[in-house]
Design a protein around this ligand. Sequence first.
Ligand SMILES: Nc1nc2c(ncn2[C@@H]2O[C@H](COP(=O)(O)O[C@H]3[C@@H](O)[C@H](n4cnc5c(=O)[nH]c(N)nc54)O[C@@H]3COP(=O)(O)O)[C@@H](O)[C@H]2O)c(=O)[nH]1
Length: 718
Amino acid sequence: MSAKRQVVSSPERCKVLVVDDDLTARLLASQALGREQFDVIVAEEGITALQIFQQEQPDIVLMDVEMPGLNGFEVCRQLRNMPCGKLVPILMATGQDDIESVREAYAAGATDFVTKPFNWQILGHRLRYMIRASNITEQLHELQKSEVRLGNAQRIARMGNWEWNLKTGELYWSDQLFSLLGIQRGMAKAGLKTFLHRIPLRERSQIHHWLKELIASNESGFASGIKHRVSVAEGLMLDVQHQAEVFCDEDGSAKLISGTMLDVTELKKAQDQILKLARFDSLTGLSNRSVFRERVQMAMEHAERQGYLGAVLFLDLDNFKRINDTFGHGIGDLLLQEVAKRLNSCVRNTDMVGHDQSSSLVARFGGDEFTVLLPEINQVKDAEQVARRILESIGHQINLAGHDVVVTPSIGIAIFPHHGENVDSLMKNVDAAMYYVKHAGKNGYELFVKSMNVVAKRRLELESNLRKAIELNELSLNYQPQIDMQTNRIIGVEALLRWHSEELGFVSPVEFIPVAEETGLITPIGEWVMREACAQAVRWQVQGLPEIRMAVNLSVRQFAKQSLEKQVNQVLLDTGLPVHCLELEITENMMMDDVEGSVETLHRLKALGVQLAIDDFGTGYSSLSYLKRFPIDRLKVDRSFITHVTTDPGDASVTQAIIAVAHNLGLSVTAEGVEEESQLAFLREHSCEEVQGYLFSRPLKADDLAELLGSNNGYIHL
Ligand SMILES: Nc1nc2c(ncn2[C@@H]2O[C@H](COP(=O)(O)O[C@H]3[C@@H](O)[C@H](n4cnc5c(=O)[nH]c(N)nc54)O[C@@H]3COP(=O)(O)O)[C@@H](O)[C@H]2O)c(=O)[nH]1
């Protein structure tokens, strides 16, 4: 390698690589260019030139075209392919009039050419000029690159920028700003008018105000932002965030405003969605509990200031859980959506989004609970009228995916300011009013009165104590004999649940069974009852007592459970009770909500071999045509008919008719609540098969029942 550094390089000196196979030319170049303040490096042929170029990275290359091995054109081409050789100026030395070489030199990537012989002084200047020009080109190139990068970054970020020279009025818009505004560059001039034209009319004045504030700030670095919308095409609106900063003259007056405009449409959509999720119920689209409470708070404050009355209605669907359990959650959801719709149509001037303070508001409070706010009413009667409208509307049959269902609501009403000094107490009271309706038979409305809190408190007590009742062993069963009128013998017993609470004392099933139903506690309790009753029947058999039937009451929820038949089967397997000894008592109303489903459930239970009875018969609304389809064994005439069977001709006729219908369908009859000899005589006269009531025995503890069953072989003197 014949590279030689001729002069030690100083910072302002330039480095030139001279490539020539002619020794004299190289020496001459070294001397002449050295005199012109160049650091000269020389190479005598192409390969060496490429190596030196890489090591030394000269500022410029002066290269002869004619060389042995790689000629100047080839070396030039290869230099241009090197990453560090793309921009270095290359000056090719050609012969006089050698036009072909000139063409080829340009084609190979040369920057310029020079003809031999050289004027060294002029050549020195020329080399310097080329180096400077190449530096500027390089800077321009870098600038272009960073502009492209900025453009890309703005495009990706969906951001445009602008600059407004307040002294000249000149306005610059970046490509991205044009594109965000939906304008093709060249189709419109960057200008305030063009920009405002794209702003919805109602938002223009706030933009004017914002710009004025910026201009008037007269403070360098003063920055301010604004959010607004931009209409970019027919029906297409963007949400944008504008940010601008002011630059001032030495005299302190604003001379330039520089701004950015960022498209935040997607971000805003996401924020709106989050806000919606936080404030609205996604199933029904109604406002949620927290929005409702906020609005009640505002309405109460407003009512107090203005001396108005307002009302809150609290609505719970009766037996919604049964519909959910029977038809599944999908249908339950459809029902809630339909109820939401009907509620909205019942309440005039409803505010769906929860913004308008003077409008009524319907909200989903949770589960099957809905609330209605009537912020201004003239009199209490107005709230009651809305409640009546709701009862009427919701009570109409609803078809849900082919299933006809009827649901009814229980509605509590509380008036403010009378029924609560704050939102909490108002909501507590309206809740108490709703529970009062539930316990008074459902499907109605009631205005809050103070005594209702006693009922609500008791219910809470029952619920919290009932939750621990199984664990604390507070539940027990009593057994009431059922007597065969032909043989006068006990042929069965009905298992009746008793609760002796440590805290509350004895609680009647009439009171706690509905609470267990509402809270779902009936599921574990009902299973406990079935297991305990079957196990007791087996214990009596093991004691050598006569085999009798064990009747167990099923709750609404138990009957609606798909797994009921599995559960019954498992209990029978676990306890060892022969299947024909178990009778399940179901009420008419349990079956009428979903007749087809009930027929199926009853058939599945019947297939196990258990006996089936319809309890409280005559009080429900079953029809004879349905009765034929139920695979049942027995009807139990409700106590309410038997009580007056000898004194009320109506009850006597109903009892007679039930016995006749049962016999016609091949069913046997048990009369419940027989307390008097005269009632027994009536039932005997009309061929009732079995009787049950205080006349023979009250419900007994297991040991007492065993004693009764053991004495006289279960024979009862009638
Ligand atoms: N789902 C379940 N329900 C149950 C269960 N155990 C009881 N219950 C239901 O609770 C209601 C009240 O029952 P109870 O207080 O036990 O009253 C029963 C009898 O004691 C009473 N009865 C019986 N004979 C007479 C009488 O001659 N006079 C009179 N005044 N009362 C009498 O009737 C009730 C039995 O009713 P029924 O079930 O309709 O046959 C009641 O609805 C029970 O069903 C349980 O485990 N699960």
